[in-house]
Write a protein that binds this ligand. Structure first.
Ligand code: BTN
Length: 331
C-alpha cells in the first residue's frame, strides 16, 4: 500500500492523530506527513483538518481498502499461487495497470485493487464510474495453459464466481446476463471486463477486471447511464470491501483452475440457475429486430444459444438486449 493509503487508514477511525505519531508509524518526518496530508486534501474528496496540539483528523471518515485484511481472508490455495497483491489509491484503470505491468515484468498471477479509477473501463468502450473509496475496482492477471481460442467461456466463469461470492453475503436473487453482467431485480450490481494477451494457439494471460457496486455515493449516481444497484441498498448496511474482494478471489481461483483444466462444460449447471436471459425475447445488436430471438441457454463452450427464425444459433460474442419489461424475474 502507498504511504497515502496507509495514512488514510490511520485516519479512518475519525480520531485525532498527532503528526509525531503518524511520522513514526510511516517512518518519515513530520513535514513529510504535513505534505502528504495536503496532497490527500487536494487529490481526493476527503477533508483532513489539523488542530494545533491535537494533530490531524478526517472530517468524513472513510473505510479504505487494506491489503493485510484482504490477504488474511484469502484461501491457502490462493496464497500458494498468488505472486503479488497491490492496493492503489488511484489509477487510470486497474486493467490498464496490469496490462502495462505485464508488458514490463514477466510476473504472473497478480491482483490489483484501486480506491478510484480516473478512466475506469466498461465493456464495449463504455466508461465505468469509479468514485473514491466506495466500490470494488479489482483486476487479476492470471496465466492460463489454454489458448485465446479456447477462452470463450471464461467471462461467464468469472461472472458465476462473482455471483457466488455475493450470495455468500446474502445478496439474494442474483442473476447473470450473458456473457458476464451481474444483476439483481433488473439492476446492474457488478460487471466484468476481460482482456486477453497471447498468441492465438499458445498459452495466454487473462486480465480479469471486476467492478462491484458496494457503497455507491449519492453524488456519483447521476453519472451512471443504466439501472444499477449496490450491496448497501440490497443489504441495508455498509459493506466491508476488504471482505467482498477476498470472497470474490476465493470463489474465482478454484473455478479458474477448473476452467483451465476442463473448460466450461462443468459450469453449465451453475449458469442455468442464474441465467437471466433464458426463454426471454432478445435482440442481438446488428443482427436482428427487437425481440426477434429467444434466448435458449448456453452451450458447452459458453456460447449463447439463440432461437432465431426457427433455428438455434450459437453466439460467441455480441451485445444482447432484452425487452425492458423482461429484464427481471420480478416483473
Ligand atoms: C462492464 O461494462 O460491465 C464491465 C465493467 C468492468 C469494470 C471493472 S472495474 C475494475 C476493472 N478496471 C476497469 O477499468 N474496468 C474493470
Amino acid at each position: 500500500m502507498t504511504d497515502l493509503l496507509i495514512l488514510l487508514d490511520y485516519l479512518s477511525d475519525g480520531q485525532f492523530h498527532s503528526g509525531e505519531d503518524l511520522a513514526m508509524e510511516l517512518g518519515v518526518s513530520r513535514t513529510a506527513i504535513w505534505k502528504k496530508i495536503q496532497k490527500l486534501n487536494r487529490a481526493l474528496p476527503v477533508k483532513i483538518i489539523s488542530v494545533h496540539s491535537k494533530g490531524y483528523k478526517i472530517e468524513n471518515p472513510v473505510a479504505v481498502l487494506n491489503k493485510n485484511a484482504i490477504m488474511d481472508s484469502l484461501s491457502a490455495e490462493f496464497h500458494s499461487q498468488l505472486n503479488q497483491l497491490e492496493v492503489l489509491l488511484e489509477c487510470s484503470s486497474t486493467n490498464q495497470y496490469l496490462l502495462e505491468y505485464l508488458e514490463k515484468n514477466q510476473l504472473k498471477n497478480c491482483v490489483v485493487l484501486a480506491e478510484t479509477q480516473t478512466q475506469g473501463r466498461g465493456r464495449r468502450g463504455r466508461h465505468w464510474v469509479s468514485p473514491f473509496a466506495s466500490n470494488i475496482y479489482m483486476s487479476l492477471s492470471w496465466q492460463m495453459d489454454i489458448s485465446i481460442a479456447e477462452m470463450a467461456g471464461l467471462s461467464l466463469v468469472v461472472a458465476i464466481s462473482v455471483a457466488k461470492a455475493l450470495q455468500k453475503f446474502e445478496v439474494n436473487d442474483v442473476m447473470l446476463k450473458w456473457p458476464n453482467d451481474v444483476y439483481v431485480a433488473g439492476r446492474k450490481l457488478a460487471g466484468v471486463l476481460l482482456e486477453l494477451r497471447g498468441e492465438s494457439n499458445s498459452p495466454c494471460s487473462a486480465i480479469i477486471g471486476i467492478g462491484v457496486n458496494v457503497n455507491m455515493p449519492k453524488d456519483a449516481t447521476n453519472k451512471i447511464d443504466q439501472p444499477w444497484v449496490d450491496m448497501q441498498q440490497l443489504l441495508n448496511r455498509q459493506v466491508n470491501r476488504n471482505e467482498v474482494a477476498a470472497m470474490i478471489l476465493n470463489e474465482l481461483i478454484p473455478r479458474l483452475q477448473q476452467f483451465n483444466n476442463k473448460g466450461f462444460s462443468g459450469f453449465t449447471g451453475e449458469w442455468e440457475q442464474m441465467d437471466l436471459l433464458a426463454g426471454k425475447a432478445i435482440t442481438i445488436e446488428g443482427h436482428m429486430q427487437p425481440g426477434e430471438g429467444i434466448a435458449r441457454g448456453v452451450d458447452k463452450q459458453g456460447a449463447l444459444l439463440v432461437e432465431y427464425k426457427g433455428e438455434i444459433q450459437a453466439l460467441y460474442s455480441g451485445e444482447v438486449s432484452i425487452r425492458p419489461k423482461n429484464l427481471s424475474r420480478h416483473d
